[in-house]
Design a protein around this ligand. Structure first.
Ligand SMILES: C[S@@+](CC[C@H](N)C(=O)[O-])C[C@H]1O[C@@H](n2cnc3c(N)ncnc32)[C@H](O)[C@@H]1O
Length: 294
């Protein structure tokens, strides 16, 4: 049931939820939470984007499938990751879904908007306890306060953290993302990004330009940030444990490649990064003794 007096939602967050069409999350908690949202705020943007790319919902479903798949992959590498931070969580239900799959992991959601409202919706959907999830309203550009805010909410800097950067890398300057990572020092990062033009098939380059053009002009975002893997590695000084192109994501999710036949036909990519420490631990575990290829 929709709530009366809902605050104005972020149009980008509402847009992503319209694209995802409530089918990405399976847990009861996530479904109950999502059923309360009125996504009207994202409808104009949604219609504009549909004109530019009628199948954009498939891109988002593939991306969300990839992020969850990489969460599972991280947990298979490190059996219990005690902390998960979602930066730019918006109204997405990922953190809520994680609390059901991994009840021993504490989730910290960060966004500059609507976190009190999200907490309210979470409690309203029958969740009495917020012991394993925190909704923190803070600007990600304000990196000096993020450390303190996380501590106040029970985050432990000595424990391992998986940081999720989904749907946010385009909007935040590289330096600010780098600072955030230096503050949190995660062992794992799931990083989703927009590729650079040279790595996208010429016939597809126009799609992200139009989609992100609509988003930038509506949300007054001056610059959309794009990445490639050498930039990602340099920025975070971490190793790439897994990388999923849109071709691969579509194949994993749907079992076929209808819309994304080649590596170049997609413009969004999702990857898992591991800290040097974690990479060393994985080398030891996988080989039975310390063996590195240089
Ligand atoms: C496209 S939504 C992504 C939501 C979710 N991560 C997903 O992928 O479905 C982007 C979110 O980033 C948040 N955001 C953008 N800039 C931010 C900033 N400087 N600090 C905190 N949050 C920010 C917006 O409020 C919005 O909720």
């Amino acid at each position: 049931m929709l709530l009366k007096n809902m605050p104005k939602l972020s149009s980008t967050s509402a847009l992503v939820l319209l694209w995802a069409q409530q089918e990405c999350y399976k847990s009861k908690k996530a479904k109950d939470y999502l059923s309360q949202l009125d996504l009207e705020e994202g409808k104009t943007l949604y219609e504009q984007c549909k004109d530019a790319c009628p199948y954009y919902d498939e891109v988002i479903k593939n991306r969300k499938f990839g992020v969850f798949n990489l969460i599972k992959k991280s947990f298979s590498n490190e059996i219990n990751i005690p902390q998960l931070v979602i930066a730019g969580a918006g109204l997405d239900a990922l953190g809520i879904e994680v609390t059901e799959h991994y009840p021993h992991t504490k989730v910290f959601e960060i966004d500059s908007e609507n976190m009190d409202f999200k907490s309210h919706l979470f409690k309203n959907s029958g969740n009495k306890s917020t012991a394993n999830i925190a909704f923190i309203e803070i600007d990600l550009l304000n990196t000096s306060c993020i450390y303190e805010s996380l501590l106040v909410h029970g985050w432990d800097p000595m424990e391992s953290t998986l940081l999720i950067l989904e749907g946010i890398s385009y909007y935040i300057p590289e330096k600010s993302i780098q600072k955030l990572v230096q503050v949190i020092k995660p062992d794992w990062i799931i990083f989703e990004f927009l590729k650079q033009d040279e790595e996208i098939a010429t016939g597809r380059r126009e799609i992200p330009i139009r989609i992100f053009g609509f988003i930038s002009s509506l949300c007054k975002i001056p610059h959309i940030v794009r990445y490639n893997y050498s930039k990602v590695k340099k920025l975070f000084n971490m190793s790439v444990e897994a990388k999923y192109s849109m071709r691969r994501l579509e194949e994993m999710r749907t079992g076929a490649n209808g819309l994304f036949p080649t590596e170049y036909s997609g413009w969004i990519e999702v990857c898992l990064l591991a800290s040097k420490q974690m990479e060393d631990n994985l080398c030891i575990t996988r080989s039975g003794f310390f063996l590195r290829s240089g």
